[in-house]
Design a protein around this ligand. Structure first.
Ligand SMILES: *Cc1c(COP(=O)(O)O)cnc(C)c1O
Length: 214
């Protein structure tokens, strides 16, 4: 199947209300352009340098989503163009994004990444810290916090993943009206169908569109 066919199949399978982020990390420009030529505009990257290189060489109407862990000292490089930052996991990072957004004279859309997985290594804010980070974010003029993001435990056990998504969706619903949330970013190639059942409004799909990564 071509990239175009894979994209079209995927899009026909998901509700119109669910936004598809095509995760193009490690994949070359020509593959991104195949997706672009079939009408797709939203791409996800997890490394700053790779995202900048692609941004500079590809059409300017692409919306670039930073889905990986973001170091504070790298924010300045993407602030002028990034469309949505999924992996915001500390107040310090929010403050830096706010500062760089101001310099670029734009408001940057962000998601708070919540630690939902069992692995210790995965980044994210704990549920216990969420309220205070949300409160603080309201003081930042150049941040538009549009919702939450989560990465489930790396496991074959669907029940574990589903429970993690269900809990995250409950938090999302709890804060949704107060903070004007519109984005719940959960679901990847292996679990996006379940993530949508559990309320995902944005899925991040890479290998299912572009093939396995090395
Ligand atoms: C790589 C990545 C994805 C996509 O993973 P696939 O399994 O290839 O769909 C989604 N989200 C994040 C944060 C990623 O780093």
């Amino acid at each position: 199947m071509t990239i175009k066919e894979k994209l079209n199949n995927l899009k026909s399978e998901i509700p119109n209300s669910v936004v598809l982020v095509a995760v193009s990390k490690t994949k070359p420009n020509n593959m991104i352009m195949d997706a672009y030529d079939s009408g797709h505009r939203i791409f996800g990257e997890n490394r700053i340098q790779e995202m900048i290189t692609k941004y500079e060489s590809l059409p300017k109407d692409i919306e670039w989503h930073m889905i990986g862990h973001l170091q504070r000292n790298k924010v300045k490089y993407i602030a002028p163009f990034v469309s949505l930052i999924h992996g915001v996991d500390s107040i310090k990072l929010l403050i830096e994004i706010n500062k760089q957004a101001k310099k670029s004279n734009r408001v940057i859309q962000c998601l708070l990444q919540i630690h939902i997985a069992k692995e210790e290594t995965k980044y994210g804010i704990r549920y216990s810290e969420l309220e205070s980070v949300l409160n603080y974010s309201e003081t930042l003029e150049y941040i538009n916090l549009v919702g939450l993001m989560g990465m489930a435990t790396f496991t074959e056990d669907e029940q574990i993943i589903n429970l993690e998504y269900k809990n995250l969706k409950e938090k999302y619903d709890f804060y949704k009206s107060k903070y004007n949330f519109s984005v719940l970013s959960i679901g990847m190639s292996g679990d996006y169908q379940n993530a949508i059942i559990f309320g995902s409004t944005m899925i991040r799909v890479g290998s299912k569109i572009f093939g396995e990564r090395k």
